[in-house]
Design a protein around this ligand. Structure first.
Ligand SMILES: CC(C)(COP(=O)(O)OP(=O)(O)OC[C@H]1O[C@@H](n2cnc3c(N)ncnc32)[C@H](O)[C@@H]1OP(=O)(O)O)[C@@H](O)C(=O)NCCC(=O)NCCS
Length: 216
């Protein structure tokens, strides 16, 4: 397939997804949001340690979490981003989010972002969720490149990307405004042709999820 054919195939695959994708590994489930996720979403995005390097300010009202989850349904409807709720399968509870944002079939690429509740950090959940989302983006959508940009001081995020086979590609100066600073972005990229890292977690395939449980 030449590039134009790959672009067309990717566009078709994205448009023809028959429901919000459900991804499963032995430990994790990446699923569509549900109404009961509001409180945990608010806990996650109102936590100052989670929001320290995030590109928006911390939530201060639970209604913002409701709007955030509503936005996920819209993003999927428009196929512009896919924002999964990350669930610890053993405990049946939401532990974070993992997002393919700015999905661009015309350039065969997407961005990726992720956040894990402080009490669930350090157990490899982010690395596993990123690995699952990246594999899905390459294998199911046929994308060529996944990229992330992080605050240069965000060492846990850097480790997640390194563990998932991303390469550091460059520093973009003073690119994001937070409440207190204009921060640099460190860009990482992973190509479909890059080797899968040896420590990558094993993924168990899952069916597409019915869009029923999503917030309207
Ligand atoms: C980044 C984040 C998602 C990582 O979640 P996590 O589930 O703890 O990640 P993992 O357990 O998969 O891996 C964390 C890695 O960071 C390392 N790490 C954790 N804290 C660290 C620190 N203070 N300094 C250096 N490395 C650190 C861990 O040792 C681990 O690396 P290892 O596997 O080589 O040991 C989590 O810290 C978070 O939600 N941060 C706030 C939101 C954010 O900044 N998201 C990224 C922006 S895109």
């Amino acid at each position: 397939m030449d590039v134009a054919q790959r672009v067309e195939a990717c566009r078709k695959r994205l448009q023809s997804l028959d429901g919000f994708p459900l991804l499963e590994s032995e430990r994790l489930q990446l699923r569509a949001p549900r109404e009961q996720d509001v409180a945990t979403t608010f806990a996650l995005f109102s936590d100052p340690t989670v929001m320290r390097y995030w590109s928006r300010s911390a939530m201060t009202d639970e209604q913002e979490a409701v709007e955030y989850l509503d936005g996920i349904a819209r993003g999927f409807h428009e196929r512009s981003f896919i924002n999964w709720i990350v669930v610890d399968r053993a405990e049946h509870r939401m532990v974070g989010t993992c997002t393919l944002y700015e999905i661009m079939p015309q350039h065969l690429r997407t961005g990726i972002g992720y956040a894990i509740l402080p009490e669930a950090q350090g157990r490899g959940f982010a690395s596993e969720a990123v690995h699952m989302a990246v594999s899905w983006a390459f294998e199911v959508l046929g994308l060529h490149r996944v990229e992330a940009d992080i605050h240069p001081d965000n060492l846990p995020s850097r480790r997640v990307l390194e563990r998932c086979g991303f390469h550091e590609e460059g520093l973009l100066r003073e690119r994001f405004c937070t409440a207190s600073e204009i921060q640099h972005s460190l860009v990482f990229g992973r190509l479909v042709s890059d080797p899968t890292p040896a420590r990558a977690p094993r993924r168990v395939g899952g069916p597409a999820e019915d869009s029923g449980p999503m917030l309207a």
